[in-house]
Design a protein around this ligand. Structure first.
Ligand code: M6R
Length: 606
């Protein structure tokens, strides 16, 4: 997965803008980057492995001068992250440059064919075939547009592409199949990019390219057509009311910390979900015979918590399924009576889209909770709910997780009401409490940050860390584990605490940190006994709880007390100290929590 951007201007150099836009796309991948411009009929390229700033420091992107250019930040799929495999890729003659986000599945066949025709490949990427295909078409006498369209019609897989050619030096040719691509316009300048925020630096007039469309953009013109038949598409550019500042760090040392501290706001936004769509979604779920909550990573943990909440509040069985497993596990048995609730911050996670596509083909109803508007998932879903968490730049999901949970609670209430499973008084009390959560999170952030920093200091050199939860907080334990592991690289385990004696307890030895989550519900006594089990074998227990009674204190070497809310809502209140723990541990270990190695924000490959 990668970020691409292209700019064409009537009279000014574009390299500085490309550089700025590229920096905003860095969350999509950062193992290599590059830029190509056309200057006086020649293609000039800077590219290398490393982060954008490192490459800039070495070569200075701004030395590239030209009114048209494309740029790329990469997260490697085919070919190691090195200079040769960095984008842009060029044809044999060095006059066509291509940047690409996605995967071209049939690239090996195309490469073999092109190599037989005499084309010389420099990289091991799937992308390079596009440059050579266009070159071949030009050789056969096509103009650049025909050569481009003919080439992309031969591609199988997913792509957002931007191409420049010295044979047509004032046009960018771009196309989208699956991978996202948006266009932007202003007087004398036109843009394409993988996302909207990277364009907000320059314009707020935006139009997303839809799946299966290509565009030819020049300084004062945008022409959009369908790849399949070349038919013209008319599209309105809409004004986007979102500032670039939203996407900046606002004084925090890292985006992740900023985003953790934004949660009182992001939860409040999520509480403002459009009620008519919420009700409609609840209607669909209520009518379906089975409900699957399909997601990956952190979003899967939200689905897992959601399944407990749906059962407790609305007496609905929702099966949480890891998206990449969905097709082999349930693909063949899906029917028109089923509903899939796909949960995805980005709305672009390939595993999720794959599961959804398969389920849709079998007639299931596709519902979604997303954060990124105009993402692919919003287009395939019958109804989607926008969680409105704002852009999340840190690779580790934080505010978008609590945003997803906030939507799931509201959905559960709506279902409970429809199904008559909750009395009005109880419902009113719960809803009031849900509405108070932003303030509660604010209190937790103020109270816990220093305490958690101390815990982080204690665990930062641990060989491994164990997270225990039960009931609604099983998902919270998994999420705490994922956060710590992905940004601090400390191997960690999480499991429902009842599993302790079925194996993992053998890992407990002196001073192993065990993070235990204790909520005041039917699981409390059992959880306390699990903590006794590990403590008596030498573990050091760090307990997060809204209770500080004798029983809880007895099993806690360190007790992180958070304000009391109903046990049902503790997945939101307990995850915040866990996010802070992961953050501080990562920083204390000298790592960059915003950019964990080998990971990217949105995983658009299977
Ligand atoms: O965009 P999505 O919610 O579909 O992303 C799914 C996972 O890749 C994501 O939640 C990932 O696990 C987190 N970034 C980890 O913090």
């Amino acid at each position: 997965m990668c970020g691409i951007i292209g700019i064409v201007n009537i009279s000014e150099d574009v390299s500085e803008k490309l550089f700025k836009g590229l920096k905003l796309l860095e969350y999509r991948g950062y193992d290599s980057a590059g830029m190509a411009v056309i200057n006086n009929g020649n293609l000039q390229i800077i590219k290398d492995k490393g982060k954008i700033d490192e490459i800039h420091e070495k070569y200075d992107f701004l030395t590239l001068s030209g009114r048209i250019g494309i740029a790329h930040t990469r997260w490697a799929t085919h070919g190691a992250p090195d200079k040769v495999n960095a984008h842009p890729h060029i044809d044999c003659t060095g006059s066509i440059a291509v940047v690409h986000n996605g995967i071209i599945e049939n690239f090996m066949d195309l490469k073999t064919e092109l190599a037989e025709q005499g084309h010389k490949f420099r990289s091991r990427t799937d992308t390079e075939v596009v440059a050579h295909l266009i070159e071949e078409n030009l050789k056969r006498g096509m103009d650049v547009e025909d050569a481009f369209v003919n080439a992309i019609r031969r591609l199988k897989g997913a792509y957002a592409l931007a191409v420049i050619s010295t044979a047509s030096p004032d046009k960018i040719f771009c196309a989208r199949v699956e991978s996202p691509l948006v266009l932007g316009i202003r007087e004398g300048e036109v843009y394409c990019s993988s996302d909207i925020p990277s364009l907000l630096l320059f314009t707020n007039k935006i139009a997303p390219l839809d799946n299966g469309e290509y565009a030819i953009i020049s300084p004062n013109n945008v022409e959009i057509r369908r790849i399949s038949d070349g038919s013209r598409v008319r599209k309105q550019f809409k004004k986007i009311d979102m500032g670039v500042e939203e996407a900046k760090k606002e004084g925090y040392p890292h985006y992740m910390l900023k985003e953790i501290f934004e949660q009182p706001y992001s939860i409040r936004y999520a509480l403002n979900v459009q009620k008519n769509y919420l009700e409609l979604m609840a209607d669909f779920i209520d009518r379906s015979s089975r409900l699957f909550l399909v997601a990956a990573g952190t979003s899967y943990h939200a689905g897992l918590v959601g399944s407990y909440i749906f059962s407790k509040l609305a007496r609905i069985t929702g099966m949480p399924v890891i998206a990449s497993e969905f097709v082999s596990r349930y693909g063949d048995s899906i029917t028109v009576d089923d509903s899939i609730l796909a949960i995805s911050q980005s709305g672009e996670t390939r595993d999720v889209l794959w599961a959804v596509e398969q389920a849709k083909m079998r007639g299931a109803t596709i519902l979604a909770i997303v954060n990124v508007l105009a993402s692919t998932l919003t287009r395939v879903a019958r109804i989607y709910l926008h969680q409105q968490s704002g852009p999340e730049i840190g690779v580790a999901a934080t505010k978008t997780y609590t945003g997803q949970l906030t939507i799931l609670y509201q959905l559960a209430f709506s279902l409970a009401r429809k199904r008559g499973k909750l009395g009005q008084d109880e419902m009113d009390r719960f809803i009031e409490e849900l509405n108070m959560l932003p303030d509660v999170i604010d209190m937790i952030l103020k109270k816990c940050d220093r305490e958690i920093l101390e815990v982080a200091n204690e665990i930062k050199d641990a060989k491994y860390v164990i997270f225990l939860g039960r009931g609604v907080n099983t998902g919270t334990a998994y999420e705490g584990r994922l956060k710590l592991m992905e940004i601090s690289y400390i191997p960690s385990l999480a499991y429902p605490a009842g599993e302790n004696k079925h194996g993992p307890i053998s890992l407990i030895e002196k001073d192993v940190p065990v993070i235990g989550l204790v909520q005041d519900d039917e699981t409390k006594k059992l959880m306390i006994s699990n903590l006794h089990e590990v403590r008596s074998r030498g573990a050091k227990t760090y307990v997060i709880s809204s209770s500080d009674d004798e029983e809880v204190r007895e099993v806690s070497d360190v007790l992180i007390k958070v304000p009391r809310v109903s046990a049902l809502f503790t997945p939101i209140t307990y995850v915040v100290p866990l996010q802070l723990l992961a953050y501080h541990t990562s920083v204390l270990r000298g790592l960059d929590p915003d950019k964990p190695r080998n990971l990217a924000k949105s995983v658009t490959v299977i």
